[in-house]
Design a protein around this ligand. Structure first.
Ligand code: ADP
Length: 291
C-alpha cells in the first residue's frame, strides 16, 4: 500500500503559491504532516482527496494515478476535513445510517452491525441517540472518524483533527486514530508537535508550500542530538544572542525567558546542554517568531 506524491504544485487564482513541487511517498501507518498555519497542509490534503487538482505533478495510489479515475479512488478514501457539517437534530445513529445508505450499504442488518461496531470503536455508543450538533468538539471528531470508516477506507486523511480539543478529548482521539494504523495509510495534518510525537511513525515538515524535512520522528530528533542548549536570559541578552547564534525557540519557564539555541559546540560556558526533542527539531526548521 503506497501513496506517491510527485512534484505537486498548486497556485490559487489569487496568486498564492500554496504547494511548491511537493514530493512524498507514504506507506501504511500514521503519517504526520506538521506545519504552521498557512503552510499548505489543507491544500495538499484536499488535493489527495481529489477535491482539487494540482497545476502540475502527479499523485499515485498503488501505482494508479488518482486523477485518472477519481471516483474509483474516492471509494477507497476516507476524508475528515477541518470543519464538517452536521445536520441539526439528527442523532449519530441516524446520520451514520444515512451515510451508510449513500455509500451503498443496502442491507439493513449489515448497516446496523457496522454502525454499532463503529460507535463502539469511537466510544459513542452511550451517546448515539443524542443530536450530533449538541456534541462537544471531541465527540464530534470521534463521530467524524466513525463516518469516515463506514466503508473501510485504505487511505484516511484527517485535517487538523485535534485543534480545539481539550487534553482528555485529544488523548481519547489519539487512541482511536492509533487503532486504524494497522490496515490503512492515515495522513494526519497538524500544527501541534505533540500530535506527531504521540502518534506518527513517519512524518514530514511542510512550510510555505515546501517539504523541509522528512523521516521517522526518532531519527529526525537523533539528527540534532547534542546540538540543543538552554539558557535563561533577559530580553536584552536575547536580542544579543540572536545576533550571534541560532535561537530556535524561546519559552517562559518560571517567569524567566529560556532561550533554546542550536549549536554543534557550547555557545558559551553558562549554557546547559539538553536532550533534543521533536519540538526542537521542528523549530530548527520553522523558526519561532521573535518575542
Ligand atoms: P494550512 O492548512 O497549512 O493552514 P492552507 O493549505 O489552508 O494551509 O493554505 C496555504 C496558503 O494558501 C495560505 O496562504 C492560504 O491563505 C492560501 N489558500 C488556501 N486555500 C485557498 C483558496 N481556496 N484560495 C486562495 N488561497 C488559498
Amino acid at each position: 500500500m503506497e501513496l506517491e506524491i510527485h512534484d505537486v504544485s498548486k497556485t490559487y487564482a489569487n496568486g498564492v503559491q500554496a504547494l511548491k513541487a511537493v514530493n512524498l511517498t507514504i506507506g501504511k501507518g500514521m503519517f504526520g504532516l506538521l506545519g504552521p498555519n498557512g503552510a499548505g497542509k489543507s491544500s495538499i490534503m484536499r488535493t489527495i482527496a481529489t477535491l482539487q487538482t494540482p497545476d502540475s505533478g502527479e499523485i499515485r495510489f498503488d501505482g494508479q494515478n488518482i486523477f485518472a479515475n477519481p471516483t474509483e479512488f474516492r471509494r477507497q478514501l476516507g476524508y475528515l476535513p477541518q470543519d464538517f457539517g452536521v445536520y441539526a437534530n439528527a442523532s449519530a445513529t441516524d446520520m451514520l445510517d444515512y451515510f451508510a445508505r449513500l455509500k451503498g450499504i443496502r442491507n439493513a442488518k449489515e448497516r446496523k452491525n457496522r454502525i454499532d461496531e463503529l460507535l463502539d470503536l469511537v466510544n459513542l455508543t452511550e451517546h448515539c441517540h443524542k443530536a450530533v450538533d449538541t456534541y462537544s468538539g471531541g465527540m464530534r471528531q470521534r463521530f467524524g472518524i466513525a463516518q469516515v470508516l463506514l466503508t473501510n477506507p485504505k487511505v484516511i486523511i484527517v485535517d487538523e483533527p485535534t485543534a480545539g480539543l481539550d487534553p482528555a478529548e485529544r488523548n481519547r482521539f489519539y487512541s482511536i486514530l492509533h487503532q486504524l494504523t494497522d490496515s490503512a495509510i492515515v495522513i494526519l495534518s497538524t500544527h501541534i508537535v505533540g500530535d506527531v510525537t504521540n502518534l506518527c511513525g513517519d512524518m514530514g515538515i511542510l512550510n510555505r508550500g515546501a517539504i523541509l524535512a522528512r523521516g521517522k520522528p526518532d531519527e529526525l530528533v537523533a539528527s540534532i542530538e547534542r546540538q540543543i542548549w538552554h539558557k535563561s536570559v533577559s530580553r536584552d541578552e536575547l536580542r544579543q544572542l540572536r545576533l550571534a547564534h541560532k535561537v530556535i525557540s524561546t519559552r517562559i519557564v518560571k517567569g524567566e525567558i529560556q532561550a533554546t539555541i542550536q549549536s554543534d559546540t557550547a555557545p558559551a560556558t553558562n549554557f546547559t546542554q539538553s536532550a533534543a526533542d521533536l519540538e526542537d527539531f521542528y523549530f530548527s526548521y520553522v523558526p519561532e517568531l521573535a518575542v
